[in-house]
Design a protein around this ligand. Structure first.
Ligand SMILES: Nc1ncnc2c1ncn2[C@@H]1O[C@H](COP(=O)(O)OP(=O)(O)OP(=O)(O)O)[C@@H](O)[C@H]1O
Ligand SMILES: [Mg+2]
Length: 509
């Protein structure tokens, strides 16, 4: 149905794609994987007319395609969910979903029908959202699902999915995969990018692997490949997972505590304690209120009742900066691109910003060379793919931006780190490295509140797991380190309804 022939694309200082060919068949799900910066998104942007290839051709059913714009790609039946969100925050969900279709069909009457269809797709994705709600109100995961729902309304023959499952939990992923499989069975060609190998193996029919811009496995039947072979193709060697050394949690010392916390977002009866040197997991479905709780803890969301205590003292942080300076709480946001990074500045400056504020106090200014040295250490350790530490962060691949944001907070000297979905979009090799860094920080006595929808990650790292549903904590478990037992118990617990009802409580918006 669709063919990419000998496509190359360069940016200043980097060859993003080098002579890449692959083909998509009607009725297949084609996996596309590779490490951060391998060229996956660049390829997708070329197929959707966002980037022009330097050389090479695109063929749709044998005819050469010259895509002058993204609109041209849409017209040709090519739909996409990009890695970064493209929703307009001040528009409603329905408006965002219908935006690209309105010019195609005329008249107000049909727009009502389209809205109906938008609603239909939201429901199909089990998204209980009001289509009239503003997109700015959505969590990262909800926005991702809305973006997918939007792409589905387009009725494309070719659907390109750049890490569609990055921010969502396994339960949501299941619904999504059912829909992808149904589309495949209707003859749609899907190109699916993911860093989660289990997803690739459960969903895809064929696979293409990119490494440093080159296709090292092309159109290969997935049944002929195993995990080791795919990893070797991606990284150039088999992956080894290092065992994490034993660690001691000082459970006599509580560093962060919530007592009967209530927030303007609707949290009720939040009670928890984070100990010194502990990694405390917070698990729940999309929309259960985990990130909102994290934001309330640093004062970005309003706390309307109860208490936050830091080292036993009542605390009321008023935002990211104050939380860090006064209470030594760092918050690695889930929404890194919008909140976590200065996209127009370079890698060295971004990594050094949090350190900078601390050192400025003594030094007055930071020599550029120290910034570069600090950044260099993390660039090496997390394998951040940059042409130099002077590269502008906005031009890095999605995963590499993420790594910069993580590096920034790992370098900051916080006593408490709240880490929200740390390894979304991060490649497998770096994930292991990052887990070791977190573990090491905890060994050094730092305390970590870990929000992750990645169950293996959660159970690999957390000492205890809190479970959240409908803005309340509905369970707490000591991690037995028995994966099967723990994951089953957690999955069961996330559907527990909170014991406290809203009865007699005023509605807060
Ligand atoms: N607009 C741009 N300007 C400069 N360099 C760019 C630009 N877009 C991409 N690159 C570079 O091209 C390379 C490939 O990036 P790409 O975004 O395709 O990677 P990716 O495989 O999607 O990675 P990830 O898994 O992190 O999303 C990277 O080295 C990146 O820095
Ligand atoms: Mg990408």
């Amino acid at each position: 149905m669709f063919e990419i022939q000998h496509v190359s694309k360069s940016f200043p200082g980097v060859r993003a794609l080098a002579d890449v060919s692959l083909c998509l068949q009607a009725g297949e799900i084609h996996g596309l994987i590779g490490e951060n910066g391998a060229g996956k998104s660049t390829l997708i942007k070329i197929i959707t007319g966002l980037y022009r290839p330097d050389t090479g051709r695109l063929l749709l059913q044998g005819n050469e395609l010259h895509l002058a714009s993204t609109r041209a790609a849409l017209k040709a039946g090519i739909g996409a969910v990009h890695q970064e969100r493209n929703l307009i925050p001040r528009f409603t969900i329905a408006e965002n979903m219908l935006l690209e279709r309105l010019p195609a069909r005329m008249g107000i009457v049909q727009s009502a029908a389209l809205k109906q269809e938008a609603f239909h797709w939201l429901q199909k994705l089990h998204l209980e959202l009001d289509p009239e709600m503003e997109v700015a109100q959505l969590s990262v995961a909800q926005a991702q699902l809305v973006e997918i729902a939007k792409a589905l309304t387009l009725d494309s023959r070719i659907l390109l999915l750049d890490e569609p499952t990055a921010s969502i939990t396994p339960a949501e992923t299941e619904h999504l995969f059912r829909i992808f499989r149904a589309l495949r069975d209707q003859g749609v060609a899907l190109l699916f990018v993911s860093h989660k190998l289990e997803e690739i193996f459960s969903l895809c029919d064929r696979l293409t692997v990119l490494r440093d811009g080159k296709a090292v496995v092309v159109n290969q039947d997935i049944k002929t490949l195993d995990r080791e072979q795919v990893l070797t193709a991606m990284i150039g060697r088999a992956q080894t997972i290092a065992d994490l050394p034993a660690r001691v949690v000082d459970d006599t010392q509580i560093v962060l505590e919530g007592r009967e916390l209530r927030t303007a977002r609707g949290h009720r009866h939040i009670n928890f304690a984070l100990h010194r040197g502990e990694i405390l997991g917070l698990y729940g479905l999309v929309g259960s209120g985990r990130s909102e709780l994290a934001r309330a803890l640093i004062g970005v969301e309003a706390v309307t009742g109860g208490k936050i205590l830091v080292n036993g003292q009542p605390a009321s942080p008023r935002g990211v900066r104050q939380a860090k300076q006064k209470y030594r709480i760092g918050y690695v946001t889930e929404n890194r691109k919008e909140e976590g990074l200065l996209l127009i500045l370079d890698v060295a400056t971004n990594i050094a910003t949090t350190v900078w504020e601390r050192l400025r106090h003594f030094l007055g200014w930071i020599p550029r060379r120290s910034e570069e040295q600090l950044a260099g250490t993390y660039v090496d350790r997390l394998g951040i793919k940059v042409s130099s530490v002077a590269q502008q962060v906005g031009t890095l691949s999605g995963g590499n931006q993420q790594k910069v944001s993580l590096a920034k907070w790992l370098a900051a000297d916080c006593a408490i780190l709240i880490i929200d979905e740390p390894t979304i979009g991060i490649d497998i090799r770096t994930k292991g490295e990052f887990h070791q860094l977190i573990w090491q920080l905890a060994s050094e006595g730092k305390s970590i509140l870990l929000i992750s929808s990645d169950m293996p990650e959660m159970l690999h790292l957390a000492d205890r797991v809190l479970i959240m549903n409908e803005m309340q904590l509905v369970g707490e478990m000591q991690n037995s380190r028995n994966y099967k037992e723990m994951s089953q118990a957690i999955i069961q617990a996330i559907h527990t309804h909170p014991a406290h009802t809203e009865e007699g409580e005023a509605e807060v918006h």
